[in-house]
Write a protein of this length. Structure first.
Length: 220
């Protein structure tokens, strides 16, 4: 099976797919595109114009959740739990984590201080739901790295940006989440899911959006 991943440099959903592939040790080709200047060939295989797209033996599969489930069904070493109820439990919390990623993006790019503060408060409150749900360490369900860990790792990685601002630690008061993030960031597949200049590239994107967070970063 020939796998070709179409990606973007900082996209968290692309990171999800890369982590899932790396965890299984399979070979894949990767092409990184500029989402501000999408090539015509990409628009032909991505109806929504979004990454990631995984081309499998010439057939494109789009949307990160669909890609993740395809890999679960076709490759060895599944990341989901074997038990159906536990697997459904993980899937539900992956969906919840997806809402956190959206909240985080809106907070990180909004130009209105009132909305920024509201989004920040809502994000922190939602993170508290995860704090109450996860096991002590190192991963969501304990010792075993699962698909939900791969799904949430990009979100926790992005928190490195607000961490640079005094009083902006989104995980303050959440010791289990903080420990979970450290375990995820130390995972080789998570480290290799981005290029060495990820932090700079992501910061530059935030500055291009010229939102409240960008202003706070410049003042830090």
């Amino acid at each position: 099976m020939k796998l070709h991943l179409v990606s973007h440099k900082t996209c968290p959903y692309v990171q999800r797919a890369i982590i899932s592939l790396l965890e299984r040790g399979v070979e894949f080709e990767r092409t990184t595109i500029d989402l501000a200047n999408k090539p015509d060939w990409f628009l032909k295989i991505s109806p929504l114009g979004r990454v990631p797209v995984l081309i499998v033996d010439g057939t494109p599969i789009f949307e990160s959740a669909v890609i993740a489930e395809f890999l679960e069904e076709t490759l060895p070493s599944p990341l989901h739990p074997a038990d159906p109820l536990e697997r459904a439990h993980h899937r539900a919390w992956i969906e919840f984590g997806g809402s956190l990623m959206i909240d985080n993006y809106i907070m990180s790019t909004t130009k209105e201080r009132t909305e920024f503060d509201a989004r920040k408060t809502a994000l922190i409150e939602k993170l508290g739901r995860f704090e109450a749900e996860i096991q002590n360490k190192p991963f969501f369900s304990g010792e075993r790295f699962a698909l939900i860990d791969a799904s949430l790792a990009p979100l926790f990685r992005s928190f490195v940006i607000p961490d640079q601002i005094d009083g902006m630690d989104l995980l303050a008061g959440y010791p289990k989440l903080a420990a979970w993030r450290e375990a995820l960031i130390a995972r080789p597949s998570v480290q290799k899911a981005v290029d060495e200049d990820y932090l700079e590239a992501y910061t530059n994107i935030l500055h291009d959006r010229a939102g409240v967070l960008s202003q706070m970063l410049k003042a830090a």
